[in-house]
Design a binder for this molecule. Structure first.
Ligand SMILES: [Zn+2]
Ligand SMILES: [Zn+2]
Length: 394
């Protein structure tokens, strides 16, 4: 009986992990072509597609129309659905921790103060969430466009001088028109559905603080619950009972399975909470690491796609040049028949030398780790030099 509960818990954990990882990370390159990518496709698109077809069959075109307008509201317009879900998740997690863990605080390893620090840590998390959600991401408008244009010069690689077709103003380099918020945002990173806001020049710092804080919050929760459980083992003298009354050998290897079994039987809610927090902390660590790397190299999520496109275009141009040169060489070889034929080896090396010309990513905005971090913490538009650029130009 106890064994079956254990297996159900293990299966529950694995399935949750699989679904969450596939949903959030399924499109990552390392999962390309694996079943995780297929689960991701099903969860993000396939399942909804089936649902739409079923609605179409049952309710006809009126049902499909209603569904399309719901889809428009949820995905193409600013809406607070994911914000509410975030608040529900953090609220429910806090509620379950208060209900199932606080009764053991203070305990053998944790003092009374953790009841307070837990509340404070969650409060700071929600404050960072509100700060990211309701701060200006760096909206480009008629008043500040000239300053943004001088703060972010065009690199003539991924950014060329261009006008935004919706706002009818020049698009400063690194900005993008967010179709959901319907505005141009400087140093655009991405539109974050969870925050119901764009992440751009002025709020990337809050966004990073949000990710780091929530990662630490989950680690704190995981460790605190582990210490509470360790404290229970100590307080109830579980090891003593097992060794003295049940005659189990007093070594870690023989005691561990019995202690784990006892914990799974008596504290399954706490263990589920711990597993949940550990999984979420891993996901947050991955997400924070990805964005921290972008910050250190002064690249935005939006630019990673632009660079991919630009580099593949460059490679194609290069290949075309190489084949044109080869064609020219063979024609001139035909016209001057007396020319000594090149040895196979030499031809081989010459060819590889031509193909080895590398297409490099030359990011002019990357000016070293320290400068890049400074730009995240003190965005160009918040510095005094930014408003001075205005008086110069107008
Ligand atoms: Zn625009
Ligand atoms: Zn947006």
């Amino acid at each position: 009986m106890v064994m079956s509960v254990q297996w159900i818990l293990v299966c529950h954990g694995l399935v949750t992990l699989l679904v969450v990882v596939s949903f959030l990370c399924g499109q990552w390159p390392i999962f390309r072509g694996t079943f995780i990518e297929r689960i991701h496709y099903f969860l993000t698109f396939g399942a909804y597609d089936y649902f739409r077809r079923i609605v179409g069959v049952i309710c006809g075109s009126r049902g499909t129309d209603a569904l399309l307008s719901v889809e428009y509201y949820c995905c193409d317009r600013p809406n607070p659905i994911l914000q509410i879900i975030y608040l529900a998740i953090i609220g429910a997690t806090y509620y379950f921790i208060v209900k199932s863990v606080f009764s053991y605080i203070p305990g053998y390893y944790l003092s009374e103060v953790h009841r307070l620090t837990c509340l404070l840590a969650v409060g700071v998390g929600i404050l960072l969430f509100l700060l990211t959600s309701y701060s200006d991401p760096g909206t480009v408008n008629a008043e500040n466009v000239s300053q943004y244009l001088s703060a972010y010069p065009y690199d003539n690689a991924i950014y060329l001088e261009k006008e935004c077709s919706t706002c009818k103003t020049l698009k400063p380099a690194r900005s993008k028109h967010c179709s959901i918020c319907d505005r141009c945002v400087a140093r655009f990173d991405h539109h974050c559905g969870w925050m119901n806001n764009c992440i751009g020049e002025r709020n990337t710092r809050y966004f990073m603080a949000f990710l780091l804080w929530h990662f630490l919050l989950c680690i704190y929760g995981t460790v605190a619950i582990a210490l509470v459980l360790a404290g229970r083992v100590k307080e109830l003298k579980v090891v003593y009972i097992l060794t003295v009354y049940y005659g189990i050998e007093n070594s870690f290897r023989s005691l561990a399975p019995h202690v784990v079994q006892w914990l799974l039987g008596s504290y399954n809610t706490q263990i589920l909470l711990m597993v949940f927090l550990a999984i979420v902390s891993l996901l947050l660590a991955g997400f924070f690491g990805y964005h921290a790397n972008l910050c250190l190299t002064n690249t935005t999520t939006n630019e990673t796609f632009k660079w991919e496109e630009y580099l593949s275009w460059k490679r194609k141009v290069h290949e075309a040049k190489v084949s044109a040169a080869a064609l020219k060489a063979s024609i001139s070889g035909l016209s001057s028949e007396r020319q000594r034929p090149e040895s196979k080896w030499r031809a081989f090396f010459r060819r590889s030398r031509l193909e080895d010309v590398e297409v490099v990513k030359d990011n002019i905005y990357d000016k070293g780790y320290l400068y890049n971090l400074h730009e995240i913490f003190f965005p160009l538009s918040t510095r005094p030099s930014f408003s001075q650029a205005k008086s110069k130009s107008g």
